[in-house]
Ligand binder design. Structure first.
Ligand code: MN
Length: 156
């Protein structure tokens, strides 16, 4: 007998209001000590779907940013609401609804709501994943030495 996955994940869930879903509560963005501003996390699909993935919706309020970090696991990101700035590796781009962003293994990354509006992103990750690493002072020194333009972009 297959597991009754619909017991945990219904076939259909209608938006209650734009970017909000029934039974999907906003969570603390990060449990561990970290640096970020004005970010909520919602788990849309959990590993109960047997894909070994989680699909999360992060919403960065105007002026907010996600943690500047890297880790071995990758991020597959779809910009879902609004627009803002994405930093991947040493490149920054203005991103808006519909754009796709891929964060490769161990690449520095950060998402910022720079346009006076929320930036909402769908982010797919594997369930067994390593803990993010934040930059040391030496890391930042090395990044700014080779990419001085990032001094005005990275928020830590
Ligand atoms: Mn990350």
């Amino acid at each position: 007998m297959p597991k009754p996955l619909h017991a945990v994940t219904p076939a259909f869930r209608q938006q209650k209001e734009p970017y909000r879903w029934p039974e999907v509560e906003p969570l603390i963005y990060k449990e561990h000590d970290t640096t970020f501003r004005s970010v909520t996390r919602r788990v849309l699909f959990d590993d109960d779907c047997e894909q070994n993935n989680q699909v999360r919706y992060f919403e960065v309020a105007p002026g907010g940013w996600t943690t500047f970090e890297h880790h071995w696991h990758t991020h597959e990101v779809v910009v879902f609401r609004g627009s803002g700035t994405a930093l991947v590796g040493s490149e920054t781009r203005h991103v808006e609804q519909g754009d796709l962003v891929f964060v490769d293994h161990d690449e520095w990354h950060q998402f910022s709501a720079t346009d006076g509006q929320p930036l909402g992103i769908i982010c797919i990750v594997t369930v067994p994943r390593d803990r993010p690493v934040r930059p040391t002072a030496q890391d930042l020194e090395a990044i700014y030495a080779s990419h001085p333009e990032l001094k005005d972009v990275i928020r830590v």
